[in-house]
Structure formats: structure tokens, C-alpha cells
Design a protein around this ligand. Sequence first.
Ligand code: SAM
Ligand code: SF4
Length: 396
Amino acid sequence: MRAVAAEEQAKAERPEPLGLYVHVPFCASTCAFCAFYQVTPTAESVKCFVNCLSAEGGLVGWDRPLSTVFWGGGTPGLLSAADLGRLGDVVHSIPGGAAPAEWTVELAPSSVTKERLAALRSAGVTRVSLGVQSFRPALLEALGRAHTRERVYRAYDRAGFASVNLDLMFALPGQTASEWEADIDEAVSLAPDHISTYCLTFEEDTALWVKLSQGRVRLDTENEARMYERTWERLGAAGYEQYEISNFARAGHQCAHNVNTWRMGEWAGLGPSAASQKGGWRGSNIADLSKWAVLVGRGERMTEDRTALTPALLAEDALVFGLRMNQGVDLGRLRTRCPDAPWGRVGALIDRLAAEGLVALDGPWVRLEPRGRLLADSVGSEIMVAFAPPAAAVAC
Ligand SMILES: C[S@@+](CC[C@H](N)C(=O)[O-])C[C@H]1O[C@@H](n2cnc3c(N)ncnc32)[C@H](O)[C@@H]1O
Ligand code: SF4
């Protein structure tokens, strides 16, 4: 009894993390690879966005202070300094939103200016994430990026936040392994606190996807695997610890907001297309600025893909996403949190994956081996099948 009471008291003193994600749906142009929801901004649409965001914030039941805030997009850094200040006020007006421990803003290097950075600093932003993608001029052009290599340097020199991340992409059409290594080395030479390395996904209806379906570019999975391995070696040797398939950080610089989502914590998403997971529900806002504004005006949010979070669904996702983290998953804790999941089938699968050298077991912990990390998507699919009701598992 005493142990339970102590645990309850500890929980009350140190509540579970709560994140806030804000989707800022504006970009100056559309990159060849990108499927995130975004439109070209106008004075009218930006005004509507900021006002409706404030209204949407009023629809959420904020039951504890925010631990992290993440403004993604789109390109939040495209808003004027004054609009960034207004967006900051929306966060401050949320109960418990005065001073989150981590506040990240995604910036495209082409939109970084002193005025915008000053507005972000005075709002309380602690971390910026620069979408570099590559330092090679030809690749930047092929991706449809609006910045040059020089612009990245200028943006990085000006940034000056407690934590700075650089986003890089690999397995790009025409990119060689040595070009990729040169990009990694150039990013490392800037000494950021965090580096995200994303393997190109051909998202439906993007310009690159059209080229792939027309046979004008092709997939090269062997080259992709080689690039993954080189990334781990090179960034590890440079002092960046890998903590998730695509993410590397110096000590103390992991992205707490993303870690909370991968650990299946709670967050509220505001803005068109933003996803939320809170109060036993998961769902997304509609990916359309005008329709989102109408729905918010009616007091409605999270209208798309609304799903009740059953213990089995939470366990499945905690395992699929938790395994993408190098620390892995504490299966003992997960079983206690979600005792009703099909642990017999899942346990048998994990034993098989261990026998195949894809995962390692260490007491209650399970984590991906390097070969498992290369096959993380298919390991994730197998876990989903093991969690599915038997009839669905047979149908798959
Ligand atoms: C939501 S985007 C926004 C970043 C910001 N607007 C910019 O472009 O600088 C965040 C990151 O996701 C990555 N990303 C977006 N689409 C991708 C894709 N199809 N494949 C791999 N990475 C992708 C890029 O590295 C990008 O910087
Ligand atoms: S990658 Fe960034 S700048 Fe490019 S279209 Fe996507 S959100 Fe906009």
C-alpha cells in the first residue's frame, strides 16, 4: 500500500510529459520530396491561422503544464517577426504554457533573418531545427530547395540557441555514398548539437514520386543500406550518439518532444493536419486551412482518423516506435502498463527475431541490433501482425 501511495505522490509531483505540436502550414514553394500539408501564405490566411490557432487552444483540456513545444510545418520561420510573436502569445496563453523546458522551431535556411530569430528568442524558443538536406548545390537544386550552401552557413552562424539541429537527407537520386559522407562531414564541421539524417521516402504525389513512377529515377536499396551504416559510423566517431534510427545528439541534446511521442506519451496538436494523442484518444486535424478554420469555429478538432487508445494499441505502438530508439523497450514495464495485449504471440515473435539476430534481449529490455535497424520497417510490420486479432493476422 505504502509503495503504491509513494508512486502516486511521485506522479503528482512529477507529472507525465505533455507536448504541444503546432503545424504552421505555410511554405514559399514546394520541395520535390515533401508531402507535408502546406500552402502559399497570404496576409489573410496567416491572420486566419493565428486567430484560429488561439481558438483551437481553447478547445483542449489542458490538465498539466506543457513540457515541450514543437512548431513544425510547413515553414514556421516564414512568418513575419510580428506573427511569430503572436504565435508565441498563443503558447503563453495556454494554461501551463509559460515556460516549457524545450521549445523547438523548424526553420528553412532561406527564411532565417535576425528579426525572426529575435522574435523567437523573446518568445522563449530554446531549440531550432534547420532543414539543410544537403550542402551539394546540384542536390539542393534537384530537391527544389530555396537555399544555397552559403545560406546554410549564414543561417547557422546567426542561430545561437541552446540547441541547434541540422536535418540532412540521404539516398537522394544520383547521390553517391561519398557525396553523402561529405555532407555528413560538412554538417559535423559546423558542430551542431543534434543531427537528423532522413532516408528519402518517395511520398505519393510529390515531384520525386512522379519521377519514380515514370522510371526517371530508381530505388537503390543496397546503396541506401551502405549509407545508413556509414552514417552510424561517422556520426558516432564524431561524438554524436545515435538515440533513434534517424537521430543523433551530443550529450543532453536529444529532442525531448520527439522522445515523448516515440514513447507514446501525450501531446496536443494544433493547426491543420496536426496529430494529437491525449485523454485516451488519437486523431488528426483536417489537412485544409479553410476547412480547419470552419471546424474550429464550430468547436471541433481532431476530426480525422479518430481512434480510441486501447491498451493493446498503445502497447503495439510503444513497441514499434520504442524499438526505433537505441535504448529499446522495457517489455516488463510495457506488460504491466498493458496486461491485455497478446503477449504470447508477441513474445514468440521477439524470440524469433532474437534468433535471427535482428533484436537483442537484455533482461526485460529488447532493442534492435544494427541489422534490425536496417530492417526496422519490416520488423515493425511483423510486430503489427502479431498484435492483430488472429483472423486479421491470417488474412495478412
Ligand atoms: C516537416 S519538414 C519541415 C522543415 C522545413 N520546412 C524545411 O524544409 O527546412 C522536416 C524535415 O523532414 C524531412 N523530410 C520531409 N519530407 C521527407 C521525405 N519525403 N523523405 C525524407 N525526409 C523528409 C526533411 O529533412 C525536412 O527538413
Ligand atoms: S520540406 Fe519544408 S520547405 Fe520544403 S515543402 Fe516541405 S515543409 Fe515546405
